[in-house]
Structure formats: structure tokens, C-alpha cells
Design a protein around this ligand. Structure first.
Ligand code: SF4
Ligand code: SF4
Length: 428
């Protein structure tokens, strides 16, 4: 979602590097039980069909390309973005080319897979989209909550779409929500993804407020303790699969957390000190501070009337960014502060019983108590390799990169031997 550093210009502050776009707003062809975004339709009551119009798309892309440095990333999300159809995305690519100034442009698409066919797969491969496919694991886990509006299961279609994409050579990540049920099956899910050819995985712990009782978390939310245990098992499986000291599977949170062990800023925004490095654009051009704060008080403006760079660099967005650093007392005294930074602010407010502390605080404690010695060993090995590569002594002070910045063309700190932009930084 966010990048490890942000370029600046002299007039407007940070350049635009990451934009998350919801071209079909909250509209979706599924009705997953735990979805937090479907209800955002209430924000746009003028119609129950939300589609980005051509003038919004063109103004948006022109503004982003004009205000971007040499690299920019468009994340297409929803709702379900494939509801827009391939011609809409072809238009987006044409506009990126029209308004580009020789920049390197990345596109990512997050999809539930329901509409993926040969035509989509060919398009996504042609333009090198990184696809995040929502797949919670084997059938009994996926179909627990990922249902269509008629309550019908979706696993078979998603698996078919995943194969189609892989066969075309599209880069696909498995996006897996960890909920009250799936948390019991870390090994089964990991092995399932691996055997299905999904070597890149992202696990998203679920906590939402109970719609029937705003004083507590919804029943499908995962408990912090259970999530901590889940992470420990997953971590052991991940480590067991290392070959020649390098990972063979990529789990975003594990890769991201490793950054803090080598003195770098994590690519995962939830593990950073501050938020506010990217913006979300809704179908009508409204711009918001973050995917999880698409709410009137976090609206920054509209691309048809406001400059996107000014919105990103506005006082309002800077205030939002600092909200993450307003930590509860418990975090300030915590041994894991440099790894966790209090987690994502939305996880501090979904369950009132957490009293403003990260819902996954005990998960972080359980996980890092388990993984910390291993991470330290990996960091040590990495530092030695870096030193050897740079032909400097491991004790010699390192370059600016060790001060929290890693370039997109630098080796990925996770040890994969790939460039950062092709590994943990892809789609970040
Ligand atoms: S609120 Fe959470 S998801 Fe949004 S930018 Fe901050 S850490 Fe990231
Ligand atoms: S582990 Fe808990 S106390 Fe420590 S920084 Fe994270 S949320 Fe705060």
C-alpha cells in the first residue's frame, strides 16, 4: 500500500507515488460476511450503481502523472474493480501513457476473481498488472464467509480464475482474510496456497465492529490471542521453507517486519510510524485519507476541483498521518514498539473493549516473543551479506539506506535476491 520513502519537490512537498482507486465504488458482485466496504454505498446515496466516469478517470490520471516522480503505483480496488470491464482499464492504461513523462508506472488489481476470464487474463498479463486474488484457503475455509448475495459459495470459481491467471503468466498474490474460523488452520492454508502455486501471500486479520452491538467486535473477527498463535505457526512454516538462507515463499507481514530488524522503514503502512503516504480515490473523484477511513471527516476533496498533490500534502492529510503516532501509554513502554508502532489506527477503534489499544497487541507480543531470535539471526546474516557486497566492514557505519530508505531498484532486504520493486516493494 505505501512506499518506504517519499520523494519531495520544493513547492508541494511529497510527490504522488501511491494512489488507491475504487472505480466501481463499493459495488461488488459478492456479499462476503466480513466485508467492511459494502456499506460505504450509504456515502453515495444518489444512485445504487457507482461507476467512474471518463472525465473523472482522465482528470485523475493526468493529475497523478503530472505530480508523480519517476515511479508511481496505481492500485485498483473496490468493491470489485472488474465490474468496470476491460475497456475501462484499457482507457486507464492509454491515459497513463498519454500523460506519462517517462515514469515507471505500476498497476495492481485486487479482485474476488468472479469475472476473470481469458480476456481479462490476457489484458492483465499484457500490462504486467500485479493481481491480488482474494482466496481464504481451501473450500471449507473460503466458503465460510466469501459468499455471493444469494448466499452461494464462490471457491470453485476463484480457483478456476487463479489457474487462468497463472497459466497466462500473471503475477498473482493470494490475499487471505484471517477470521474466527480460518485462524484454526494456519498450516492447512499455507500448504494449500503453496501447492496452488501462490508463493506470495498476504494475511489480513479481520476485526470489525459488531453491527448488532457497537460495544464489541463482530463474531467473525479474529481474537488477538488466536491470531498470535496463527502467526507463530505460519512463521515456522515460512522459515522451514528457506533454501540457502533465503525465503521461498513471501508473506508480506513477515517480510515487512524484517525491515525494522535492519533499521529500515517497513513497506507495510501498519508497521510504520505514521500514515498518510497515499490517498484513496472513490468512483466520483472524492479523495480520502485511507481505505479504512472513507468517511466524510476524512474527505480531502475531489480530483475534479482539487490538485491531488495538494490534497496529499494538505494539513488535513498530515494531521491524519500523525494520528498513528498518538500512541497509548502501553505502546510507549513496549519492547516491540519499533516493530509495531501501535499497529493500524483502525484496529484501535473497531472493538471498544480494546480501549484505544491495537486489537492485535497481544498477537504482536505472542508472535515477536516467538520470532524475535530468528529475525535477529536473519538480520545478522543480511548485514554481513550487505557488507560483503559493498566490500565494507560490517561494523562500518552504513549509507543513507540504513536510515530508513530503500530504493525500488535496491536489493530487497527480505533476502530474496530480487530487486525491492519486484519483491516486497511490488504493489507496496
Ligand atoms: S490507517 Fe492503517 S491502513 Fe490506513 S494508512 Fe494508516 S496504517 Fe495504513
Ligand atoms: S505490541 Fe502492543 S503495546 Fe507494543 S507497540 Fe504494538 S500495540 Fe503497542
Amino acid at each position: 500500500m505505501s512506499q518506504p520513502d517519499n520523494g519531495t519537490d520544493n513547492t508541494k512537498g511529497r510527490m504522488v507515488r501511491d494512489v488507491l482507486i475504487k472505480p466501481a465504488g463499493p459495488d461488488c458482485n459478492l456479499a462476503c460476511t466480513y466485508c467492511f466496504y459494502l456499506k460505504k454505498g450509504d456515502l453515495f446515496p444518489e444512485s445504487n450503481r457507482h461507476r467512474m466516469q471518463d472525465d473523472v478517470l482522465e482528470t485523475l490520471i493526468r493529475g497523478v502523472m503530472h505530480n508523480a516522480g519517476d515511479q508511481v503505483y496505481f492500485g485498483w480496488q473496490g468493491g470489485e474493480p472488474t465490474l468496470m470491464g476491460v475497456p475501462f482499464f484499457q482507457k486507464a492504461i492509454d491515459l497513463q501513457m498519454k500523460y506519462g513523462r517517462g515514469q515507471s508506472v505500476g498497476n495492481g488489481l485486487q479482485t474476488n476473481g468472479m469475472l476473470i476470464d481469458q480476456n481479462w487474463a490476457g489484458f492483465l498479463e499484457k500490462y504486467r498488472f500485479l493481481v491480488g486474488l482474494s482466496l481464504d484457503g481451501p473450500k471449507h475455509i473460503h466458503d465460510r464467509y466469501r459468499l455471493n448475495a444469494r448466499g452461494k459459495p464462490t471457491w470453485d470459481k476463484v480457483i478456476h480464475s487463479g489457474k487462468l491467471l497463472q497459466d497466462k503468466g500473471v503475477a498473482v498474490n493470494a490475499l487471505t482474510v484471517v477470521n474466527d474460523y480460518s485462524v484454526q488452520f494456519p498450516e492447512e492454508i499455507y500448504k494449500f496456497h503453496k501447492s496452488g502455486g501462490f508463493s506470495h501471500m498476504q494475511f489480513i486479520p479481520c476485526v470489525e465492529t459488531d453491527p448488532n452491538d457497537p460495544e464489541k467486535a463482530a463474531p467473525f473477527s479474529v481474537s488477538s490471542q488466536a491470531y498470535g498463535t496463527f502467526l507463530c505457526t505460519l512463521f515456522d512454516l515460512w522459515i522451514k521453507d528457506f533454501k540457502n538462507g533465503e525465503p521461498t515463499t513471501f508473506i508480506r507481514m513477515f517480510d515487512s517486519m524484517f525491515y525494522s530488524y535492519v533499521g529500515l522503514a517497513a513497506p507495510d503502512c501498519g508497521l510504520k510510524k505514521n500514515c498518510g503516504n497515499y490517498v484513496v480515490v472513490e468512483h466520483n473523484g472524492d479523495v480520502f485519507s485511507c481505505d479504512f477511513f472513507v468517511e466524510p471527516e476524512f474527505r480531502l476533496g475531489n480530483v475534479l476541483n482539487n490538485d491531488i498533490s495538494r490534497m496529499l500534502n494538505s494539513q488535513q492529510q498530515r494531521r491524519f498521518g500523525k494520528m498513528k503516532a498518538e500512541l497509548p501509554e502501553k505502546c510507549l513502554d513496549c519492547a516491540w514498539l519499533a516493530q509495531c508502532y501501535g499497529g493500524c489506527p483502525k484496529d484501535r477503534i473497531r472493538d471498544k473493549q480494546d480501549q484505544g489499544v491495537n486489537h492485535f497487541c497481544s498477537a504482536v507480543n505472542i508472535f515477536l516473543s516467538h520470532a524475535d531470535p530468528v529475525y535477529r539471526g536473519l538480520a545478522d546474516t543480511w548485514a554481513k551479506k550487505q557488507a560483503a557486497a559493498q566490500q565494507i566492514s560490517p561494523t562500518q557505519p552504513q549509507t543513507a539506506k540504513s536510515e530508513g530508505k530503500v530504493g525500488r531498484n535496491d536489493p530487497c532486504p527480505c533476502g530474496s535476491n530480487k530487486k525491492f520493486k519486484k519483491c516486497c516493494g511490488a504493489g507496496a
